[in-house]
Design a protein around this ligand. Sequence first.
Ligand SMILES: Nc1ncnc2c1ncn2[C@@H]1O[C@H](COP(=O)(O)OP(=O)(O)O)[C@@H](O)[C@H]1O
Ligand SMILES: [Mg+2]
Length: 261
Amino acid sequence: MPVKLKRVVSIANQKGGVGKTTTAINMAAAIARNGHKVLVVDLDPQGNASTGLGISPDDREFTAYDVLVDGVDIQKAIVETNVKNLSIVTSNTDLSSADAELMNDKGRLIRLRNSLEGIRHFDYIFIDCPPSLNLLTINAFAASDSVLVPLQSEFYALEGLSQLILTVREVREALGTELFIDGVVLTMFDRRVKLAQQVEIDVRDNLKSLVYKTIIPRTVRLSEAPSYGETILEYDALGRGAEAYIALGDEFLKRDKKKQK
Ligand SMILES: Nc1ncnc2c1ncn2[C@@H]1O[C@H](COP(=O)(O)OP(=O)(O)O)[C@@H](O)[C@H]1O
Ligand SMILES: [Mg+2]
């Protein structure tokens, strides 16, 4: 059997509150449920992915900050979650000073890439990016094979996307990688709202096959789950949110399979 290569995917959008973290943890859980070994890297100083996956601040002995800034071996920062096959590198507010602290470091763009290089035992690594195109996000891009962009189903959904695409291109060219945008996923979609349907039409018109078929509905369950430290697959296994993230995970794997061929 050929050795399966690990895939590293940034979940990014410089806008806050568009569903990055919700997508990172729930899609990761859905893919882990398929038997793949999955790692989430929380690269947002807010630490929402860490909390959402049930790792309380006291249990974050080594975080993404220690790995990025102090060069701590990433293996030490990997903790298992309650979800089978799903681990995380946590973060906390320490990470907010990483940008400034790395300013004079020559290799500052590829610190995460170097850390992830040695990791062998994961099939998929999802990096939950902060709401900014800062050094942390650049580190995520530099370490990634692809970028997945959650778009909130609202009027200004596409705003900022060209800047993000430009950043992807700059990273690819500066570092000689093959980074690409794997896709765009519509989140917080409310079928009853006419505007949301119009947004979907516009986004699909503009971005064509880049847009995932799967749409994540707006459901209060998805927003409640993190406060219990549970993914939607545990919190509301049979609900619409779980159904959508399972479908998104399947669609992601299907696209990925095509690309690995
Ligand atoms: N599909 C959804 N339905 C309802 N609430 C959602 C949904 N997706 C995300 N949320 C909530 O919206 C807020 C922002 O989502 P989040 O994933 O944290 O965005 P980001 O990481 O891009 O800042 C959070 O409170 C989250 O629980
Ligand atoms: Mg977030």
